[in-house]
Write a protein that binds this ligand. Sequence first.
Ligand code: PG9
Length: 613
Amino acid sequence: MKVLFTRLTLLTVLLLNGLVLFAQQTKPDDKYNRQEVMITVRDGVKLHTIIFSPKGQTEKLPFLILRTPYGVDGYPSPEKSTYIKDMADDGYIFVFQDIRGRYQSEGKYAMMRFSRDKTNAKAIDESSDTYDTIDWLLKNVPDNNGRAGMYGISYDGWTTIIAASDPHPALKAVSEQATPSDMFMNDDLHHNGAFRLSYAFEYAFMEEISKTDSLYQFSNYDTYDWYLKLGPLSNMNKKYVHGKLPSWNDFTKHPNYDAYWKEEALPSRLDYPRLAIQHVSGWWDQEDMVGPQDAYKALEKRDTSHRNFIVLGPWRHGGWAGGEGRNLGNIKFDEPTATYFRKEIQAKWFAWYLKDKGDGKFAEAISFQTGSNKWKNYSSWPPKQATVKNIYFRSNGKLSFDRPSAAEAKSFDSYVSDPSKPVPYRARPIEETYGPGSRWYTWLTDDQRFVDGRPDVLSWQTDTLTQDVTITGNVAAKLYAATSGSDADWVVKLIDVYPENYRKEPKMSGYELMIADDVFRGRFRNSFSKPEPITPNKVELYTIGLHGADHVFKKGHKIMVQVQSTWFPIIDRNPQKYVPNIFEAKASDYQTAIQKVFHSLQFSSSIELPVVE
Ligand code: PG9
């Protein structure tokens, strides 16, 4: 297997994703002195660390630490990185570290390392590696003020929150941004038990085939074709990676929500906020949208000293770290949301907790409400003022706040789901996730008209709204559905349909923008740990969390719901015939199925909307 990209190209690719934010080289005229050290941690392993201290430092300063698997070598002087420039201007000692087993750090890498056995003094995990690093920094870097903060996006957000779960006493404040939380229920690897095939494979390959990032060399530019040709998942090891990716091997051994996933998930690793924690999440985060909300929720239950905060904005994965954030794909926000975050939220947060600067007044939840395009402060997340209102599927493709009556013209709509012709999750060609020109980063904002007219996608929509409908909080689908098969996936998308003739921005006329969406693997309807076959043609209720939203469906728009059973290749194909482990399914197990979605008085499918009047 050849690696397609040089390190430089890959850096550019990851830069786009917000994974690598520092891809320039340090220059002699930089405002910071750069020092490169190997820090020895408790089991003797040495971690490669770069320290930037301000030139001519006149006061004692706190540390700001970022720990990453993506390689810190090329990081420029902090004042040259958009992501942290506001903080660099304020003055910190910046520390960047390769985590264990990646790039220039010693030791063995584990994709999501489990917590250590605390009875063994030599045992390690990401929090002990951080603890030992901070200990070393305090003793060896002159003119520090004895305090440290941590921050980072995605994997680096995860190292941040893991450090905060068992912190060094000098670690005072962290901003975890887009951390994954529960890799079986949401985030990168699965959603509600459905496997995120293209992401999981490409990420595992990128991180595990060598010590430095390498992209898989696909034979097809349109990876839709490649994944379809792959056939059953067992072919991945048989034909392509031959057992070389430890994480992939783990996925195949843990098809259900067992101890492996539960122990890895954040809720089981977080007890109460031991220091000030800010969680940051993007409404259209294509990788870890739910993680920060999940982590916030887990800690909020025991936040007696009011140290747990959340920020929600109109961003893709890491979208707040670079650029101005005035738009995402085709969607405009009227103001520079990312610049605002970096200057008014992130920089002020650390200045208060690490330098006692500012007034220390931070709203519990700060959200950029989409649709109205306004920043809002809430005293809780989700805010309590929302009331749940159901919007019902009706006959003739209608969606309505009125429940179906006994005289409903039709009790269901149906389609044939064919795993040999799965619905693409974004318009083809589907470039490899982190490949050149990939449209992965903004796909959640794509116009859903690209699947209009497919016989295997159903949709319902309201009449034109005569007043704004504001939703703030968690959205869920209550789907009454039946399949002729014995397993099925249900994908539900809540969509804002722009006016047919949108004078404000003609190109956006009729645009179908996803506001909340997710997939649910039917076998897990009663338990994620103990899957069960579905009785063919029996109507079952599927409750599908579509996650948080803060959005105004404007007067003149319509609300739409789409339902489909494939979303390929981001979600692997459900064979639609129950097999105990889909990773072991045979080609002959994949079969077509007739799917029925009900909207009768008895089986009234609906979306629960958190409506704010
Ligand atoms: N979403 C990426 C990731 C984090 C943790 C585990 C697996 C993948 C990331 O952007 O870092």
